[in-house]
Design a protein around this ligand. Sequence first.
Ligand SMILES: C[C@@H]1N[C@@H](C#Cc2ccccc2)[C@H](O)[C@@H]1O
Length: 438
Amino acid sequence: PKVLQHGAHRVGKRTDVEMATWRGYGMGQFIHWGVYSLFGGELNGNYYNGAAEWIRSWKDMPNGVYDSAYKQFNPSSFDATQWAKMAKQMGVRYVTFTTKHHDGFCLWPSKYTDYTIANSPCKKDIVKQVVDAYTKEGIDVYLYFSIMDWHNPDWRYDLKTKEDSVAFERFKLFTKKQLTELLQQYPQTKGLWFDGTWDNSWKKSGAFTDTLEQYLKTLHPGLIIGSRFRADEFGNRHVDATGVLMGDYEQGWERKIPKTYADVHGNDWDCVMTIPENGWGYQKKWLGHWKTTNEILEMTAQCVSLGGNFVLNFGPKPDGTFRPEEVEIAKEAGEWMKINNAAIYNCEYAGWEKQDWGYYTKKTNENKVYMIVFNVPVSRSLKVKPSKNTLVDKAYLLTAPGKTLSLEKLDYDASFIQLPSAQYKQPFVIVLETKEGG
Ligand SMILES: C[C@@H]1N[C@@H](C#Cc2ccccc2)[C@H](O)[C@@H]1O
């Protein structure tokens, strides 16, 4: 078969320490903040029924109104340290922050366009303040960057004419320069989170994007870039023409979670999720269902149990504060994580048969499996079926290590853990110390 020039350059997971750290994060935060936050999904009392950060594309949004709105971007209450402390209390270990969304507005003083924070009333280097504050709190920072840039006149959705190609050459150079300045200005950055890469213009640029990815990784050794960045020379995204994942982890799990381990194909991956049903930037009105803290904790456990990380999005208001529902979720999730994070941090897929009561996670490089229990059956008997050649040596509540739980053997390879009668109002964790055998 033909050898791909611009497909995946590695088969299987990265084995370096930076990627091992990424793999063990467990929980992350996404932040979408920019000019779109000023509108909050609404204009003149009418609500845009798409994702609020896409409001510039709304037929009822005059381009001139959107493109001059940055002159009102003046977040009087923005305090990156407060953001970072809220994130730390929540228990997230990485954050992905929007440097430039599809609208093209740069939250750092880029030298390559005037459409930046430097020309807004705010003037602060928001990206620098976020990178510095989160890094100081010990939370790793990843920079979101949209390739698609609605403000740049050289952006093209497709390359149909000679003029398109000439313009897009300028656009590709502009993109490389902006990415270079982000990595040089904010060297603490651990990775780049690319978006807006689905159009034909970018899908037809496989050779360029492959070279660009290798350039960025040379410029910043250890840099982590997901599978959404580039396409192979045939326009295949995420997985190349030979079926191998491009990039350092699978970046397709946006607002969806894999159902089984088979769905992740042995790749590293994370899921990025909104609190409302859709919408990443601030929305004045959250339409439909928005997730409770217990739902968010269950999604976190589900992702870690399948070998991934769970990343929850926050959409700060134009003044730089968070809406009360987001503050409450961060606080409640943090209270649970403070007690139970052993079952989330540096854990991986256990490979045990899934049971109805919840999720297994396994501590990496240790003989410890955690049961994260969400659904206590009326029998209060939790079935445990270890993987082959594994025995449970000891079981106890994470919060009561001194009180061993008894296992009633059911048959050759399964047991029941009988829970004491109690009110189980919160998800809780049982520790299973394991040994080889059976
Ligand atoms: C992380 C998320 N990716 C962006 C998107 C999108 C999108 C684009 C086309 C069809 C469906 C979804 C959202 O604006 C947000 O930034």
